[in-house]
Design a protein around this ligand. Structure first.
Ligand code: RIB
Length: 640
């Protein structure tokens, strides 16, 4: 547009246009003056900006404020300019860095008499009524009801899509390397894993200060041994990760799946193509610019908040993992006993003789029971213990083997008989147990050292104390050396020095056992607190019909018991421990794992005996909805 065109469109001479613009229009009629002004305004004739401002005419100039660190600024500017050009508006760009505030940039824009503004704010909007001809491009999470004219996407949504894809492909333990401004991606990933009852701990993340930090620390810290997939905050990070993987002989995607939480054509050429997330910047900028012009031209009211969904661009960097890859490996160190179960009206008192209603002889022992519990729930159970060279020993050995327990760590003792337990059950299913340790007592540090390799490959060690003190100490030492988490059941103990418990990850006593470790009149909670002070990470007290109690640095929580009618409570705690270990090793949240374990134990006590009474995954699965519902209720109560 030039002065000739203005004159032509207004049907006047060039000198008439010039006179109008220069305020020398005394000899020009008012209708002609108005006609010239209308043409200038409608066609956004820029050289007359000053004059237009004086006359209160619209400038046809649109301000675009973008953040300097916005990786999409180029795409944004190009798109907005395209839209403006088509509708004969001009673009005034302001790149905002740390030294300039948004308010200052807006003031500058207003000085230039812009007709409207597009503001790309990182994270927040600054909606003010006086800037009603302003639209915002944002990646903010939440908006006030009064906020309007916002076009946004959420980085957390990209995280959610990534998490869903990884979960579908069977990835449970994921690494993430991000910069601080990409933290929302992590939030989305965590949300999805939490919704699936998988704990946040499974995301092995590193939020770096800058790329240098990522190169030095981020990559190798996140690609831990059990991580099967890695999420990179941006394309540069992806490059670092791929380079690190190449140097370390890690193949993408066979050994490690990789997703970039951003997208660029370069991802097509890295490895055999890296899956990325494309943000809807073009569409968003196009819609926002068009919408702003409609506002200016009064074709619409200011009203909307419009959300845009990022798109997953699938390439070849995510491989499938089988459920079997995650089979939990556990080492179980404890007793194996032949259980002699006597059922009567009540547990005999001093001097009383009773007639038994029923007698059952079956394989038991806390270690053996826990190993079977793990195996039945689909975990890999490695038993370490001692049996006698007798018929009980052979029966116990065969029974464990039949349940799929790995027995390479079980040895036969030349001198002692196999362990035995004499169990009385009353009409309410409650029991008392007398244990003869026999060969269990001869399990020693040497035997444990012979099978250290089993500890090395196990995530958890289920340790119970019907063995010698020496073996308990040696097992704890082995766990600490191999990084195996310890779940300790402190049963049949006269006393267990507190110092032995330092570093135990999960201590699971019943109330009586807790009282043996810490005698005195303190409450349950105070005793648990004391144990935490002594270096135990989590204290879980099983309370029978009353449920369970958890104490750790984060929680002080009671769990209701599962709704089952007990006929034989023997082994309920063993079942609880196995289920807890399996669920935790599947990376489920601790609260969820405890609820799941309560149901597994609840099912066990509805049946006689222990090992045969332990449920498999499908049986506990029948109660999945109830378990989920209780978990969500408890989590809501915790966060509410
Ligand atoms: O926890 C139950 C077990 O305790 C029984 O099987 C018995 O053998 C004793 O070890």
């Amino acid at each position: 547009m030039n002065i000739q065109e203005v004159a032509r469109l207004a049907g006047v001479s060039i000198s008439t246009v010039s006179k109008v613009m220069n305020g020398k229009a005394d000899d020009i009629s008012e209708p002609t003056r108005k006609k010239v002004l209308k043409v200038i305004e409608e066609n956004h004739y820029i050289p007359y900006a000053k004059y237009r401002k004086k006359e209160g005419l619209k400038s046809g100039l649109i301000g675009l404020i973008v953040q300097r660190n916005n990786t999409y600024s180029h795409e944004l500017i190009m798109t907005v300019e395209e839209v403006l050009k088509k509708r004969e508006y001009q673009l005034l760009i302001r790149i905002l860095d740390d030294t300039e505030t948004l308010d200052e940039a807006i003031r500058q824009m207003q000085k230039r008499n812009v007709s409207g503004m597009i503001i790309n704010t990182a994270g927040s909007t600054f909606y003010k009524n006086e800037y009603f001809k302003t639209v915002y491009l944002s990646d903010k999470l939440r908006f006030e009801e009064s906020e309007k004219n916002i076009f946004y996407y959420q980085k957390s949504e990209a995280g959610r899509q990534i998490a869903r894809m990884l979960l579908e492909a069977g990835h449970r333990t994921v690494g993430a390397v991000l910069l601080e401004e990409e933290r929302f991606i992590l939030k989305g990933i965590e949300e999805v894993y939490r919704e699936e009852n998988l704990s946040g701990q499974l995301i092995n993340y590193y939020v770096a200060e800058d790329m240098e930090d990522i190169r030095k620390n981020g990559t190798h810290l996140c690609i831990a041994e059990d991580v099967t997939a890695i999420v990179c905050g941006n394309v540069l990070i992806t490059g670092c990760v791929v380079e690190y993987a190449e140097q370390s002989g890690i193949h993408i995607p066979e050994d490690l799946s990789c997703i970039c939480a951003d997208d660029d054509h370069v991802l097509e050429c890295i490895s055999s193509g890296i899956t990325g997330v494309r943000y809807p910047i073009r569409q968003m900028a196009k819609d926002a610019a068009g919408y702003l012009l409609d506002l200016i031209e009064q074709k619409r009211q200011s009203e909307i908040v419009r959300k845009y969904i990022p798109e997953l661009i699938k390439r070849n960097s995510v491989s499938k993992r089988n459920a079997g890859d995650y089979k939990a490996k556990m080492v179980i160190v404890g007793s194996m006993n032949m259980d002699n179960l006597i059922e009567g009206e009540q547990i005999p008192l001093n001097g009383q003789t009773q007639i038994a209603k029923n007698i059952i002889c079956s394989a038991g022992g806390k270690g053996g029971n826990q190993a079977v519990g793990v195996a039945r729930l689909g975990g890999n159970a490695y038993m370490i213990g001692r049996l006698g060279k007798d018929s009980d020993g052979r029966v116990l050995y065969r029974s464990l083997g039949n349940h799929g327990v790995n027995l390479e760590g079980v040895e036969f003792d030349d001198f002692s008989a196999s362990g035995k337990a004499f169990i009385h059950i009353d009409q309410n299913g409650e029991n008392t147990i007398v244990v003869y340790r026999g060969a269990n007592e001869n399990l020693d540090g040497h035997q444990l050292a012979r099978y250290k390799v089993i500890f090395q490959k196990s995530r958890f060690c289920l340790l119970s104390s019907e063995i010698s003190r020496e073996a308990i100490v040696a097992a704890i030492k082995c766990c600490k050396e191999t990084g195996t988490k310890i779940i300790l059941k402190p049963s049949a103990i006269e006393e267990l020095e507190e110092k032995l418990l330092n570093g135990v990850d999960y201590l699971i006593p019943n109330e009586k056992e807790l009282g043996k470790i810490i005698s005195g009149n303190q409450s349950l909670e105070e005793k648990a607190e004391e144990l935490l002070g002594g270096g135990v990470e989590n204290v879980i007290v099983t309370l029978g019909k009353q449920g369970a109690y958890l104490k750790n640095r984060k929680y002080n929580l009671y769990f209701p018991s599962a709704p089952f009618h007990a006929v034989d409570t023997t082994g309920g705690a063993d079942s609880f421990i196995s289920a807890l270990a399996v669920t935790l090793s599947e990376e489920k949240d601790l609260i969820y794992s405890i609820i799941y374990a309560m149901y597994a134990a609840g099912i066990t006590v509805t049946r006689y005996g222990v090992q045969e009474a332990m449920p498999d995954k499908n049986t506990v699965g029948i109660y999945r909805e109830e378990i989920d519902a209780l978990y969500h209720r408890m989590m809501k109560a915790i966060s509410g």
